[in-house]
Ligand binder design. Structure first.
Ligand code: BES
Ligand code: MN
Ligand code: MN
Length: 457
């Protein structure tokens, strides 16, 4: 009897070679000069989905980057899994900090280094290889599978958001399966049951109509850069408490059951701190570090632009100043409501000595998955069989905007079964993927599809 696990183990070299091909394509979604590469990645992926035996493979054009869809629907009595992932990647800059070029995938010490290796090409492709192993071994799958892979996740996922409500039947399933998160450590798998949401803000402040001499005018005209400093200082206090009135009103309190789950999460605080390089941990004193990292909302400033930053001094009173900041949201904070609170608060603290504009970019609600869904049990047994350990359940602080939409629009729970590591350096130079977990990810996916295929509908 052919065995899909044996098939996967016998084809590791090809599975690696194909992932390397995928990673050579610089599909950076936010940079217009990479538009052709993004399209190429979608076409390449569609070609691979066809080659493994998936059907109805489509590259779907959108207002932005294409979506890639494929399915195999010949198991009428079994459930349907919707596999989601993204083929777009973050920009690779600054290039000079990469030990090997970001789009020349390179293996060093069991890690594959390339932009997108962990986030998310390696993680999405392992499901393609799992389907291949099952189809080559048995000529059929143990359940129905649909793939929907987007090219805009790293820019907020607008095209998929627009597509979902228009294509409910196409995407209908019993559960979504997503690999775009992290394990606890190389040997300890994790199932993420909560993701934070996001509200991203750009603030522009204008003062005088042009830069002024700070001797002639300083003391008589307000300085937008000073104003920006005051505004930022009023967004949150030193302990991490956000000062926007109403910000916490909708935060669903952690249940004792959840605080217990999070308290038993095997968190390596020393290793985590070393990964950051910060002198010590920081944050809201009433919550544990694990709670603060996944289950509490935050606010962070990402960038400030203003004034003179060139060589030497320049005594200038700048005409304008700008900041980018975002809030990570938790259930049941509503991004639209948070946006209104930000607007009202900034209006209340902005002095009349300047003018300003707020622009809101990406926004996504948080999500929490049902731990008692039958697919969770299937994921658990698949991890146990592959890693020899039960997965731990955790909340992740990052965001995957589509997961809340699967829940609210398609009524789908999501199993977030990730194979990355915190040390993968995603979004940073020298992103990498731990190869043993690429291969174990393929095996886990095979076992998940088998176990969930047997689950009572
Ligand atoms: N895969 C990440 C989400 C993630 C981050 C999971 C860290 C686990 C750990 C995803 O690709 C991502 O980067 N999301 C963005 C979303 C934003 C652009 C709307 C994020 O979290 O910043
Ligand atoms: Mn990702
Ligand atoms: Mn990402």
């Amino acid at each position: 009897m052919p065995d899909p696990i044996a098939y996967a183990q016998a084809h590791r070299e090809e599975h690696l070679a194909e992932l390397i091909e995928f990673l050579c394509i610089p599909s950076v979604s936010t940079q217009p000069e990479h538009k052709a590469d993004v399209d190429h990645a979608a076409q390449w992926l569609a070609g691979r989905l066809t080659a493994v035996g998936l059907e109805n493979v489509r590259v779907i054009q959108t207002a932005g980057h294409p979506l890639v869809y494929a399915d195999w629907l010949h198991a009428p009595d079994a459930p349907t899994v919707l596999v989601y992932g993204h083929y777009d990647v973050q920009p690779a800059e600054p290039f000079d900090l990469w030990q090997s070029p970001p789009f020349v995938p390179t293996v060093r010490d069991n890690y594959l280094y390339a932009r997108g290796a962990s986030d998310d090409k390696g993680q999405v492709y392992l499901h393609v290889k799992a389907v291949e192993a099952l189809l080559r071994s048995h000529g059929r799958l143990p359940l129905n599978v649909k793939f929907i892979i987007e090219g805009e996740e790293e820019m907020g996922g607008a095209s998929l958001s627009a597509f979902i409500p228009q294509n409910r039947d196409l995407l209908a399933a019993d559960v979504a399966l997503v690999s775009d998160t992290m394990m606890v450590s190389p040997e300890q798998p994790a199932i993420v049951y909560g993701l934070r949401g996001m509200c991203y803000v750009l603030l522009d402040i204008q003062g005088p109509k042009r830069d002024l001499h700070s001797g002639s005018f300083g003391g008589g005209v307000d300085n937008p850069l000073n104003v920006l400093g005051h505004i930022i200082a009023k967004l949150k206090d030193e302990t991490g408490h956000v000062l926007i009135p109403g910000f916490y009103d909708q935060v669903r309190p952690l249940t004792p059951e959840e605080r217990d789950i999070l308290a038993h999460y095997p968190f390596d605080e020393v290793g985590w701190l070393a990964e950051t390089g910060a002198p010590q941990p920081w944050g809201e004193p009433a919550f544990t570090l694990v709670e603060r990292l996944g289950a509490r909302p935050t606010l962070d400033v990402h960038g400030v632009i203003g004034g003179y930053t060139g060589a030497g001094g320049k005594t200038v009173l700048p005409a304008h100043a700008h900041a980018k900041f975002s809030m990570r949201l938790v259930p049941d904070q509503d991004p639209a409501q948070i946006r209104a609170l930000v607007q009202a608060y900034v209006a209340s603290i902005m002095p009349p000595t300047v003018t300003y504009q707020l622009h809101f970019q990406g926004s996504a609600p948080a999500s929490l998955s049902d731990l008692h869904h039958p697919a969770m049990a299937a994921a658990k047994s698949a991890c146990q069989a592959t890693f020899g350990r039960e997965p731990v359940f955790m909340r992740e602080g990052g965001s995957i905007p589509v997961v809340a939409e699967f829940q609210t629009i398609l009524g789908l729970e999501t199993v977030l079964l990730g194979f990355g590591l915190q040390s993968d350096q995603i979004h940073a130079p020298n992103e990498r993927f731990y190869l043993p977990n690429y291969f174990r990810g393929i095996e886990t996916s095979i076992r998940f599809l088998q176990a969930y295929g047997r689950a009572p509908g």
